[in-house]
Design a protein around this ligand. Structure first.
Ligand SMILES: [Zn+2]
Length: 581
């Protein structure tokens, strides 16, 4: 009693207002706002030293917060790097190393952890690649509201179908906040604009007409400005914890990489990272020490006073808010090359060296050679040996029974020790640029453009399973069925385990009247993935055509077991019955 009276008196004597503020702050935890800007190179933001662009909103946030000058993502692709931000785990440990790989339930997410503390949670995404119903299953865990895309969009343009403009995304977030004023909030806003294709709206398309990537960044910044102004107008800004981070950078032709995903150079792994603390404490601070995006979630939990004992691959950054602390080792991982049949890459970066494990390994002296142009790899070097030991330690964490390891180990696109014997991505980057261009052209409904790029990619590698598949699928769309069958058959021979390729081949053969061939392809596809309803319906119809009524009936019945109201399966059963009479 006596002791507490003395303490109270002492605190009143020192700072009466502080004591009152602390009590209020403890009662209401701060709103937490996460802004991720896609494909944002740190060195293309004004407050990171790039004077050819105006980014007033990001710069303003840096002025009122702490700017980390050297922050690194472990992954150069969107789903993987966002999963790292939302779990505090490295890609090999959370297991989401490619699109559509589900996040294992064993890994708690940022939203789940804050939800457990009474937060109201919502996510607003700018691209279908983060849609939890299709390409990012599990990423919505813990969110009261997750703003997915419409399931069936007839729109020809990309807007609203595969991508939302930044202003659209922030307005959706603002509308949600207006109708859900009760805090504390955790809101995640994802601005996809700087991702290619670079198509900023006016006036950014004019101001930056020779540098459209920069135009997209400036436009995304204006959307951020709109959102921050909204928060200020509703009195939510001052006491909020706001974190801004890029999910990865962009190659822009460095190391011949046009976009991102294949390599682990700084061009695609160095990202902006800014923390605006409640009540602007530590405002204007810049931290030079090397940090990682795995550190973000542990920091947030530290700041909101969570006692959660989760295992993270990062640590709280709080030590950097007040004083100097040493830089941290940043790992890099990309399994994205596996999608094309090339070796995955791993890297270990400290503030002086970067080692990249590849079929032809690389080592860069970052102080003398910040652009990573002069490979000084030598087998016995000290840093190489230490890096390899660290990578081995990381692999050892991934036992077959470890969560995140098991769910994807069977899947294509997951690194195994054998996969490091595949072709070096350095020899394949031109091909990847072409495949990427074809993918964007297909998304934009430009089949002639897509075909041109795919044919060029096949000139570089006639046995590219990805190019053969993309071309075959394109020809299915353009109704050139016999060409489609040829390309998909070649892709199927190279990758017999790919259910989608076998399904496509079945479709093409059915259209050309080769029903026996279609039957074999569809049976093979369903053996790999029995849950494909459209493939099963088509197989039922192929059996009808082959006059095998019992086999047709089996397929339609199987569909009705999982989807009792499936109209096509019901129509199939009716046809079987009519033929039997
Ligand atoms: Zn991304």
């Amino acid at each position: 009693m006596k002791r507490s009276v003395i303490l109270v008196l002492a605190s009143l004597a020192i700072a009466p207002n502080c004591a009152a503020q602390t009590t209020t702050r403890k009662a209401v935890p701060p709103d937490v706002i996460l802004i991720t800007i896609d494909t944002l190179r740190a060195d293309h933001v004004r407050c990171y030293g790039y004077d050819k662009i105006e980014t007033p909103a990001i710069d303003g946030l840096a002025k009122e917060g702490i700017r980390f000058a050297h922050a690194f993502t472990p992954s150069p692709i969107t789903n993987t790097s966002h999963t790292t931000i939302l779990t505090g785990l490295l890609p090999s440990l959370h297991g989401v190393t490619d699109f559509a790989v589900p996040l294992a339930a064993a890994h708690p997410t940022w939203a789940e952890l804050l939800s457990a503390k009474g937060y109201h949670t919502a996510a607003f995404i700018g691209a279908v690649i983060l849609d939890s119903k299709s390409l990012a299953p599990g990423l919505d865990r813990g969110f009261d509201f997750y703003d997915n895309f419409p399931e069936h969009s007839q729109a020809k343009a990309r807007w609203g179908r595969v991508e939302r403009r930044g202003m659209d995304v922030v307005q959706r977030a603002e509308a949600w906040l207006t109708t859900h004023p009760l805090g504390p909030h955790f809101v995640w806003v994802h601005l996809y604009d700087p991702h290619d294709p670079y198509e900023p709206p006016a006036p950014y398309s004019m101001t930056y007409q020779d540098r459209l990537y920069d135009g997209e960044i400036a436009y995304a910044d204006s959307a951020l400005g709109n959102f921050l102004a909204y928060l200020k107008a509703h009195n939510w800004y001052q006491n909020a914890l706001i974190i801004l981070v890029g999910d990865h950078g962009e190659g822009l032709g460095e190391h011949r990489e046009q976009t991102h995903g294949i390599f682990l150079y700084d061009s695609t792994t160095h990202v902006p990272l800014i923390f605006k603390l409640p009540s602007r404490s530590a405002a204007g601070r810049a931290v030079d020490a090397q940090v990682r995006t795995t550190d973000i979630l542990p920091t947030v939990l530290d700041l909101v006073g969570s006692a959660q004992k989760s295992q993270f691959d990062g640590d709280s950054l709080k030590a950097y808010f007040a004083g100097e602390a040493p830089g941290r080792i940043a790992f890099g991982e990309t399994d994205y090359p596996l999608r094309f049949g090339w070796a995955p890459l791993r890297s270990v970066r400290n503030e002086t060296f970067k080692f990249i494990e590849a079929p032809r390994p690389e080592l860069y002296d970052l102080r003398a050679d910040p652009k990573e142009l002069n490979n000084i790899y030598a087998d016995g070097s000290d840093y190489v040996q230490k890096s390899r030991a660290l990578l081995a330690e990381l692999r050892a964490k991934l036992s077959p029974s470890a969560p995140g390891g098991q769910s994807t180990s069977e899947k294509e696109g997951t690194a195994t020790s054998d996969s490091f014997r595949l072709p070096d991505p350095k020899d394949k980057i031109e091909e990847q640029n072409l495949l990427h261009r074809a993918m964007i052209a297909t998304e934009n409904d430009q089949p002639a453009e897509a075909r041109k790029s795919l044919e060029k990619a096949l000139e570089l590698d006639p046995k590219s399973p990805v190019a053969l598949r993309q071309l075959g699928e394109l020809e299915l769309q353009t109704k050139e069925y016999s060409q489609a069958a040829g390309h998909l058959r070649s892709a199927n021979q190279l990758r017999p385990g790919d259910a989608a390729v076998a399904h496509g081949l079945g479709q093409a053969l059915a259209k050309t009247g080769d029903l026996a061939g279609a039957r074999d392809a569809l049976e093979a596809s369903l053996k790999v993935n029995p849950a494909q309803v459209p493939a099963r319906i088509l197989l039922g119809n192929v059996y009808l055509g082959l006059k095998n009524l019992n086999a047709a009936e089996d397929q339609f019945e199987a569909v009705l077991l999982s989807e009792p109201n499936n109209a096509e399966a019901k129509a199939g059963i009716a046809k079987v019955n009519a033929s039997k009479q």
